[in-house]
Design a protein around this ligand. Sequence first.
Ligand code: COA
Length: 387
Amino acid sequence: MSEVHAPAVGIHDLALATTHHVLTHEALAAAKGIDPGKYRVGLGQDEFSVAAPDEDTVTLAAAAALPLLERSGTDGIRTLLLATESGIDQAKSAGVFVHRLLGLPSAVRVVELKQACYAGTAALQLALGIVARDPAQKVLVIASDIARYDLDSAGEPTQGAAAVAFLVTADPAILAIDPVSGVHSADVGDFWRPNDRSTPVVDGKLSIRAYLDALGGAWRDHQARGGVPLAEVSRFLYHQPFTRMAEKAHKHLAGLGGIAYDPAQIASGLVYNRRLGNGYTASLYAGLAALLDHEDDLAGQRVGLFSYGSGAVSEFFTGVVQPGYRERRRVAEHAAALDARVPVDVATYRALHASAERGSAEDYELPRVTRAPFRFAGVTARTRRYE
Ligand code: COA
């Protein structure tokens, strides 16, 4: 009897989108009268993306996914998974709006997933299962979030926004995901957002401890299930609420796994996040985009990824970069998305922050601000309208 090999499954294409505006941490530090080194060095952040009034999780998600469909069409896509914790409705999936904006066929299942910053990885794992069962199918996964904390809170400098879309297929061109995954869940009160709040309740110091505990737990589970030793992993990507967290995480994991801490193993993955700020569930995958875009000889190299979503659910897994990855990346497009953002001053940023509180009780029209391909146009009869 001949041996049957399951096809490799993983990420075949990937694109990043962000907002119209940006605020520098230097401006925020000046407004608060604190040393900008706290943000630049202490948090590892230079600036963060700020949404225009006509941008939201839906418009960012659709903008991230559009280049994938322009490149390879919609054939084979039967599932759209949208991961977010900044969704726009408590019942209807933000993905249904994205499905229409992208002109996807009706023969597609659409669902939204939520578990703080972990949901994108849950979506990836579900997608891998669907494709493993039927390798002819493709799954469109979109991680899209706008991280918004209270003004003048400790979390304020760790805001940001990003969306990353990726296609999960058999025989992927970018990253083949290894079958072994380590998972860790614990009920922790580090960060949550009750239904009556538009910003989270957060215990920042606890969230850092919970993140590191979860990293240890997920990695130990990965090892117990036969995962590769850390010495066989060449690059590491971490969930990055702020990029300094990836440094703390990698030091912690290196200590647990008995390898030397080498900042070169995480450096490329921090490049976009330093400028995007926190993209919640998109942040790990923005790190993947940055790694692929900034290193030319990754083919055949193994990458370790750690996903953490407060509350808390986490996963450590690995994947192998595929030979064709360089031809599929979007280095210039990603640089353009970051460079095109229009800087705002602190007063404008504070006004934009407040305007995001607008409810659905009254109809309104929003003037065009964003230059993105899709926009949120306003509310009519409690329905959000997208163009
Ligand atoms: N120059 C260089 N570094 C400086 C500095 C300066 N002038 N001033 C402070 N720092 C360093 C601190 O020493 C600290 O470093 P450490 O982490 O190595 O101890 C770091 O900057 C942050 O300073 P800290 O006083 O701890 O910040 P904070 O109390 O304002 O809060 C967070 C930081 C991350 C807890 C806060 O932004 C937060 O709650 N964010 C949201 C939750 C979050 O992102 N959690 C992450 C896990 S999910």
